[in-house]
Design a protein around this ligand. Structure first.
Ligand code: IMP
Ligand code: MG
Length: 181
């Protein structure tokens, strides 16, 4: 399976971008305590590296969302499947996301978090595929924007999965896109 993966972003490129984002986020939140909320499971590896590049007081929490796409009805049912206990009220929240594709997952999650009245809410995504967007939203920080034709390949590695596989690859690679979700 691994030999079907082509490298898109190397370990070195990722480390460089994570260091840059860490500096930008550190300046943006200077003097504040951050509540980092990682979207499971795809952002786990990214979040683990990123928080070590943010030398501020921070706490770490996790949330998991499930989406069921009813192809026939064209509806997407999204719900929170799990979250670690955290009071977000009055907090400066940094949501760490893996891939923003259509934007449906992120938009649902942002709505859910807003209900908990954080003081501020910003998003850092590992990958943004802006051409696939169905809901108009933009992460505050993106490590890697991916445009056509690469946006049509399926990304795996560095936490990203295809059918739960490939999360442990140290780089971000692509495989031919499986049947469209
Ligand atoms: P959205 O709701 O369409 O924005 O989907 C975002 C979610 O789809 C991400 O959190 C990923 O779990 C998944 N996803 C979208 N594109 C890819 C990909 O290329 N590789 C792995 N997962 C993907
Ligand atoms: Mg996934």
């Amino acid at each position: 399976m691994r030999d079907q993966v082509s490298v898109l972003f190397t370990e070195e490129q990722i480390a460089g971008r994570v260091a840059e984002l860490g500096e930008e986020i550190t300046s943006a939140f200077a003097g504040q305590e951050i509540c980092v909320l990682g979207l499971m499971k795809g952002s786990l590896v990214f979040m683990a590296d990123l928080i070590r590049r943010i030398p501020l007081d921070l706490t770490v929490h996790l949330v998991r969302v499930t989406s069921q796409r009813e192809q026939a009805a064209g509806r997407v049912l999204t719900e929170i499947a799990f979250s670690t206990p955290a009071s977000l009220e009055g907090k400066d929240v940094l949501l760490v996301d893996d891939i923003v594709d259509t934007g449906i997952t992120l938009s649902y999650l942002l709505g859910h978090i807003h209900e908990h009245a954080p003081r501020s809410l910003r998003v850092c995504a590992l990958v943004d595929k802006p051409e696939a967007r169905k809901i108009d939203l933009h992460p505050d920080w993106t490590a890697f924007p991916v445009h056509e034709p690469m946006a049509d390949r399926f990304l795996v590695g560095y936490g990203l999965d295809w059918m739960e596989r490939f999360r442990g690859l140290p780089f971000i690679g692509t495989i031919p896109r499986p049947a469209r979700r």
